[in-house]
Design a protein around this ligand. Structure first.
Ligand code: PHE
Ligand code: CO
Length: 260
């Protein structure tokens, strides 16, 4: 079966493409200490060591594999759901190989190598998060069979992509969609407008999300163990319970929600 893996084409990157990576990398690396979760900042060091430009996926994978057993594989862009889940279940993270143009530093509709690699790879150095991602892949294959993809995709969105975590020192970001975006890094933490609600698995799986601007609601976990523990049970009964319920809009706050 086609796994959609391609050659990264590392030697084909131009100097200006590496320069786009460096610009984004330096900008975010300055912004993130004190804003990103300590585990993200820790994982980011490995990325800085691996490359002074777009990382070579093979070399980076060797470092990552030694830490948590994960490797990254090159893809041309978004891959079909079943393919994506199978990669995750086998501890392979698909990373888009191309990089945005210099005039797209702040906004991009689809993931590029900066989002995928800078945004996702640092957390894959964290053992608990690394296991969560693999479990998510197995859960994804199951959700496909149960016709529950939409419900499970919301969990990915509100944790892996746009998750916040509460630490002793205050709120921190760990979601890849936030940490790879200069604007959303400060918006998600400092702006008054978005809702910041305590993590609630079933509540999240009912909640629609927006893909074309900053989120109106972020969900806050207390620890990666909390996330992992909440997602450990068999989701089959959850899906059955949630399917007949109407979905919640991205900006909705319920009386039962705990604001953070
Ligand atoms: N436990 C979930 C299930 O049975 C799978 C899962 C694990 C989903 C981790 C998300 C994250 O479907
Ligand atoms: Co992503």
């Amino acid at each position: 079966m086609n796994d959609h893996v391609i050659d990264q084409g590392f030697d084909a990157y131009t100097d200006s493409e590496h320069a786009v990576w460096r610009t984004l990398f330096e900008r975010q690396s300055k912004l993130l200490p004190g804003r990103a979760a300590p585990e993200f900042v820790e994982g980011l060091k490995a990325l800085g060591v691996a490359a002074d430009g777009i990382p070579n996926f093979e070399a980076l994978s060797d470092i990552l594999e030694a830490a948590t057993g994960w490797r990254i594989v090159a893809v041309a862009g978004l891959v079909p759901d079943d393919v994506f889940f199978r990669h995750l279940a086998n501890r392979r993270f698909p990373v888009t190989n191309w990089i945005r143009k210099p005039e797209q530093l702040d906004y991009l509709q689809e993931p590029d190598v900066f989002h995928d690699c800078f945004g996702h790879v640092p957390m894959l150095f964290n053992p608990v998060f690394a296991d969560y991602m693999a479990a998510y892949g197995r859960g994804g294959m199951k959700a496909l069979n149960l016709g529950a993809l939409k419900l499970l995709a919301r969990l990915y969105w509100y944790t892996v992509e746009f998750g916040l975590i509460r630490t002793e020192d205050g709120l921190r970001i760990y979601g890849a969609g936030i940490v790879s975006s200069r604007g959303e890094t400060t918006f998600s933490l400092e702006d008054e407008s978005p809702n910041r609600l305590a993590f609630d698995l079933l509540r999240i799986m009912r909640t629609d999300y927006i893909i074309d601007h900053y989120q109106q609601t972020y969900f806050v976990i207390d620890s990666y163990d909390q996330l992992f523990d909440a997602t450990r049970p068999d989701f089959t009964p959850y899906y059955a319970q949630l399917k007949p319920l109407p979905s919640l809009s991205p900006d909705q706050v319920l009386p039962t929600d705990e604001r953070i």
